[in-house]
Design a protein around this ligand. Sequence first.
Ligand code: RNT
Ligand code: ZN
Length: 422
Amino acid sequence: MTKFETIQQSYELARQQYSSLGVDIDAALNRLKKFEISLHCWQTDDVGGFETPDAALGGGGIAVTGNYPGKARTIAEMQADLEKVMSLLPGKQRLNLHASYGEFGEKFVDRDQIEPSHFQGWIDWAAEQEIALDFNCTCFSHPKADGGFTLSSKDEEIRRFWVEHTKRCRAIGAEMGKQLGKTCIHNIWIPDGSKDVPVDRYTHRALLKKSLDEIFEVEYSTEYLKDSIESKLFGIGAESMTVGSHDFYLGYAIKNNKLICLDNGHFHPTEQVGDKISACLQFVDELMLHVTRPVRWDSDHVVTFNEDVVLIAQEIIRSNAIDRVHMGLDFFDASINRIGAYVVGTRAAQQSMLFALLEPLDTLRRYEDEGKNFERLALLELMKSKPFGAVWDHFCMQEGVPVAEQYISEVQAYESEVLSKR
Ligand code: RNT
Ligand code: ZN
């Protein structure tokens, strides 16, 4: 039997098993194909950016560990890497850029001076790739962020600087959305917080609210731009208080009709972002997710097909909210091949979505409504050993991307031909 026939046959057998449970595989795959994941740009170069020739940022609560060779040093290298990554992924993805990744040329352009023109190259590239762009202000790794506060700073000059930066970022995001004809999501995350117990949390939060109000004064059509705001529990150097906590941003998002961005590394370890989806969706129209793998803390390890991510995917599907929830990735691991990190992490997120799409939801809901909780538990357990890998392999084959372990050798080849020469 050829490889193609084996994949085909395994798929047919899998299809029968899922059909007998009432699962429509074709419908599931169609929905999976349309679900775009926003690839974070910062795995290519360990959150370095291109503001200065030797930018290796970090700082401001962002800690990258590892120095595996081959990181992207220029925008051209980064685009080549991203093209390689996308060629190894089924379906279509988006790219999530940070403001520190503009084309600033020879001269230093400070964050309060950036303009759409600095991102025109990215927009043109995205148009060529036929993908959408998302955008983020970069309110960290900058001398004006060293004091621990940006948008919530009591130093008016510093606060104004970051307000100006973020306003410009929204204008850039709107331009991306307009030119590409695909809505850009602009996300705000700031590192503001306090290492030791502060006595004036109130003023910092009032200032952050004031800054957000100023930032959102300019309205853009939601066809071009949507705004999301991202909370956090703690950061390195901000262990005792984070100004932009979950309560703060959830309140702001509900009151001002913004998207709330839930990062699954930003909560107490026993809290589940999966559980928050149906709660937040009662009060906000849409959600942004930053999917990552926190190990003991917000470590941002490469996403794997684990219970947390599967629950997130299940809750998106079970809430019938695939159009209301946007998924971006947020990890950065500098200790392994970076292209491989992207492919493992994105495929894991996609596989979680597929796993969720293959749930026999009607039966599970019926069991639950009838109080048949043993039956519900049993079926959920049974689904874990259904031939879901055969469906995934077939999907990859149909999409014309490497099937199963084939992508490992593709990443190795790119490493020896391209990455090792950097
Ligand atoms: C940091 C936040 C934020 C960043 C990116 C680079 O804790 O998770 O999303 O990782 O903006
Ligand atoms: Zn995040």
